[in-house]
Design a binder for this molecule. Structure first.
Ligand code: PRX
Length: 646
């Protein structure tokens, strides 16, 4: 923790939408009169039929129901495109920067309209209609945004799967929502390396079944096999389709997208977001938190495979008529100056990235940053995991030349948009703190029993009332939704995060308190990695925990018990890492594997993860009570062979 305070820079309070006084007044009103407040804010999007009801939400056990603007109708794609055509048809909507620095493109709102309409018609021509699920497995190319908006235009529900996921992970997500249509590319391109997307997609479809249409975008031009009757060349389909497509009239509560995310237990959940409230919340938060003004160039470095890409590359910015930069590559290709070179090339004003990227670049020193100008930058943002004060200060001083405020934005796939964050013209910054709640958000801290904690305190973070961007259900499993988020602390939404509140009412997220780990800002369920490991024929049992990692935030530490007679060699470790990579994807690769003859279990057979976490953190002096273990001896062996020695 740092006690340094960076006050709102001079000039910012005047130019920003929100200053201190306005924040205080509007925040009070937003929580005292949510109906009135969100009723007004709801008008920022174009409705086909205006809503007359604003909020109809209940967190009550057994009866969780979340509805916003429920009698209004609208279309998200019309809001992100059509309504800008008259005033900014020739303005750049998407500024695309390819993996290769020689490769970039500007797509105007008018071009975006044509591309999205054509693709919407191509989807229709293959029988895709309102309510159908469409899985998108694409690299960071403009077609990813076209695909999302084309689905939204015809009322199909998209489910994007990050291009780094394996065929098996993709298959699970196709099956989970019974998609009949998949959109992919021949290959992806990242850091100069090719990713075999079409081959992965073919393998996934073989496993999942049920897919009758695959659109294949040409990215690298690789010769990929096409299945007769099922596979369609994207370029051919677009050329044959009409450039006009009427947007479908959608109810505010009709689904917009599903996005799978990891939890404590079981398979990834399909988080469902709907149309009206989500769009209002994504666009409103984008405008105020990034203080987006007309003409600004805004860059969020996330991938559209994650929620940050949904809300803050595509839907929020485009609904606001912004110029949003979409980057196909990685921070260290062709060199570690890449981010800053892109900033200079496109005169980026607002830059939003993850702490893991900052920490990785910090390792290379100031040189690669300082050789670029970055004078266009005005505001910096951080998301995905707690940012340590050292990384915050480096980002502030080296990247922003001590002139750009940093918005450390806390939120989740489930929340649809940012909930706790500074507003650059209103909030004095404390490095490492996500600071204060956004309008309408009522964070609370509770102890393990659910007792509310007042004032300066540390506990579990819950949100006391709904906001328009909140997820509505787990796709196809409302019971799981209620159990996961509303049963731990009745009548509150449980975030799964631990948090501290200081005497100034600032929030400091301390990390997950459940069995979810955050690796380089990517969410991973320890149970998923465990089930992958035990599927290997030489593994009898596995327990996975997170441990502090200098660059990734958390690393994956796996304790593995082998089948009788199998020897735990270095080669076997490599084999297991490769196994998990192939099974789930590179982001799930264990960083450290410890072969353990036994795991610490209670007499009833429950693995005591608390002990495993401590040993992985190299903090075994503070193991606490081990007297309830069935065999306390296993702990000594685990300590002796621990893999993370500091
Ligand atoms: O633990 C919190 C962490 O990321 C989790 C949500 O992950 P995901 O659903 O993948 O969404 C990431 C992008 C919104 C949270 O439960 N997290 C996210 N942002 C922050 C954060 N932790 C601390 N500070 C943040 N700014």
């Amino acid at each position: 923790m740092s006690d340094k305070v960076h006050p709102v820079p001079e000039g910012w309070a005047k130019r920003a939408y929100i200053d201190k006084a306005r924040y205080e007044a509007d925040y009070r009103r937003s929580v005292e009169d949510p109906e009135g407040y969100w009723g007004e804010i709801g008008k920022r999007v174009d409705w086909i039929k205006p809503f007359s009801k604003v909020k109809n939400t209940s967190f009550a056990p057994g009866n969780v129901s979340i509805r916003w603007y429920e009698d209004g109708t609208l279309n998200v794609s019309a809001n992100c495109i059509d309504r800008h055509l008259a005033t900014r048809g020739d303005q750049t909507a998407i500024l695309w920067e390819g993996d290769d620095p020689a490769d970039s493109r500007a797509i105007t709102y008018r071009e975006l309209h044509e591309q999205v309409c054509r693709f919407a018609n191509a989807l229709k021509a293959r029988g895709v209609k309102k309510g159908d699920r469409v899985t998108i497995y694409l690299p960071m190319i403009p077609e990813a945004a076209y695909a999302m908006l084309a689905c939204a235009r015809i009322g199909a529900i998209h489910s994007i799967v990050f291009g780094g996921f394996s065929p098996d992970s993709l298959a699970g997500r196709i099956e989970g929502c019974e998609s009949r249509c998949l959109i992919t590319a021949d290959e992806g391109l990242r850091g100069g390396r090719k990713v075999p997307l079409k081959a992965n997609a073919d393998a996934a479809i073989e496993k999942a079944g049920g897919v009758d249409t695959v659109f294949v975008v040409t990215r690298t031009g690789a010769d990929v096999p096409m299945v007769e009757g099922r596979d369609v060349r994207y370029e051919d389909a677009i050329a044959a389709a009409s450039p006009e497509c009427e947007p479908e009239e959608m109810n505010a509560e009709d689904p917009l997208f599903i996005l799978y995310t990891s939890g404590s237990t079981g398979k990834p959940k399909g988080v469902l977001h709907t149309t009206g409230g989500y769009l209002v919340f994504a666009s409103f938060t984008h405008q105020l938190i990034f203080d987006y003004h007309d003409g600004d160039v805004y860059w969020c470095t996330a991938d559209v495979g994650w929620v940050t890409g949904h809300s803050y590359i595509v839907y929020g910015p485009l609904a606001n008529g912004a110029t949003t930069l979409m980057f196909e590559g990685v921070p260290n290709y062709p060199s570690t100056s890449r981010f800053w070179e892109v900033v200079d090339k496109h005169k980026v004003n607002i830059f939003y990235t993850a702490p893991t990227a900052i920490r990785a670049l910090m390792g290379g020193g100031e040189g690669p940053v300082k050789k670029t100008s970055r004078e266009s930058l005005r505001l910096l943002g951080s998301v995905g995991e707690p940012i340590n004060p050292e990384a915050w200060e480096w980002y502030y001083r080296v990247v922003g030349d001590s002139r750009c405020p940093i918005v450390d934005t806390w939120w989740q796939t489930e929340t649809g948009g940012i909930l706790i964050t500074p507003l650059p013209g209103a909030t004095d910054l404390k490095p490492g703190s996500a600071t204060k709640p956004f309008f309408g958000i009522r964070p609370e801290l509770v102890d393990a029993e659910g007792k509310p904690l007042e004032g300066a305190a540390e506990g579990n973070l819950v949100i006391a009332d709904s906001w328009p961007g909140q997820m509505r259900t787990v796709y196809g499993d409302h019971k799981r939704f209620e159990e996961t988020y509303f049963s731990t602390y009745p009548n509150k939404y449980f975030t799964g995060d631990g948090c501290r509140r200081d005497a100034d009412g600032y929030y400091w997220i301390t990390g997950r308190v459940d069995d979810v780990i955050n690796v380089s800002g990517h969410r991973m369920g320890t149970a998923e990695v465990e089930s992958s490991l035990v599927a290997h024929e030489k593994v009898s049992e596995a327990a996975v925990v997170g441990y502090p990692h200098d660059v990734k935030g958390q690393g994956i530490y796996a304790y593995v018990t082998l089948m009788a007679g199998v020897e735990g060699t270095e080669d076997l470790k490599k084999e297991l890492v490769a196994w998990v990579r192939k099974d789930i994807g590179p982001i799930a690769s264990p960083d450290l594997i410890q072969f353990a003859p036994g795991l610490p279990k209670t007499r009833s057979g429950k693995i005591m993860r608390r002990i495993l976490r401590k040993i992985a953190e190299d903090e075994f002096a503070a193991l606490g009570d081990t007297s309830t273990l069935a065999d306390p001896g296993v702990v000594d062996d685990l300590i002796e062979h621990r893999q993370n020695r500091r």
